[in-house]
Design a protein around this ligand. Sequence first.
Ligand code: ITT
Length: 199
Amino acid sequence: MKELLVATGNKGKMNEIRQILADFFDRLYCLEDFPDLPDAIEDGLTFEENACKKALPVAIATGIPTVADDSGLVVDALEGRPGIFSARYAGSGSSDAENNQKLLHEMTGLKDNQRTAFFYCAVALCFPDGTCRTFCGTLNGVLLESPRGDGGFGYDPLFLIPEYGKTLAELGTEVKNGISHRGRALEKLRKYFSLGNGE
Ligand code: ITT
């Protein structure tokens, strides 16, 4: 039986990951199935490092292969900020709305051609024996001056995909998963399992 635990406290991510992986595993667990696990300490310097820090202790504690996603928005004109600090850009415990507000403030006055950015996602797959692999994906876009759409989560309402003329919050989860940083990273993970690895 193919089992996987998805170690994230972010409901938006969990929804997307569930949609992408549900048909592939016999059982997908989430952190709520294991309420006594300690919180991850995300003090790594890269997305990959933080993804492993979230997944490895959980895999070891539960005995179940575990994935975690560390992701964020990388803005060219802000020298890569907010990057690995995307979830807490406006301060620890900040909401998506507060982070978006701060981003808009930092980007005030930037012209269209200075508003390019990409999302980066590192997915770590860790096993109870202590081994880990990572898979990454990116998605390019342009940041708008005001939010559009109410789907998705995080910075989605500001993130325009020029090819579609829509923000990620306007595209719907299925389309988003087909093109997103997270969708691409998880596609690589699916391929890894399809080749008979990790069983
Ligand atoms: P977990 O660590 O529990 O998984 P988190 O939200 O703290 O949840 P991260 O540390 O990886 O996760 O931070 C990711 C942040 O980057 C997230 O909170 C959003 O602000 C942003 N982000 C990542 N992927 C995104 C996406 O697909 N759409 C919009 N914003 C995204």
